[in-house]
Design a binder for this molecule. Sequence first.
Ligand code: SF4
Ligand code: SF4
Length: 141
Amino acid sequence: MTEMEILLDSLNGIYEKVPAFECRDGCSDCCGPVDWPPIEGYNIMQYLKKHDIEPRMTIIKGIEDLCPYWEGKCIIYPVRPLICRQYGVSDMHFLKCPHINPEWEMPLAEVKELNKELRLLDLAFRRVARVDATDLVRPPR
Ligand code: SF4
Ligand code: SF4
């Protein structure tokens, strides 16, 4: 395994720690413009290349600004970033889903721990990739 493969494997390890749950069909209520660190941008870029999807750099204008990867469903679902996975799994006010009330909410300490793990992994990624964060595909702020 290359260093990069090990890093991406660790990224998936972080994702696997977030409990999965069924969203409401067709719901995009939490799919506003999101930001992600370079390692997640790289992971998404690999997926886009593999599936021949153009990187989207513009916000879809609607009643509210939507994530550019929303097309009636998330078109990068397998590689969606940590923040998207955490939404709805915690009762923290900014992560609480208005529709789903899972019984297995993650305690705040666990949410913070995962975010810390991602930050550390991203630092390692930057060293290995030697890329500027701005080189990677990111949605606009
Ligand atoms: S987490 Fe909640 S708000 Fe977000 S898409 Fe799923 S059902 Fe909708
Ligand atoms: S990446 Fe997917 S899940 Fe996350 S905000 Fe965009 S469309 Fe929604």
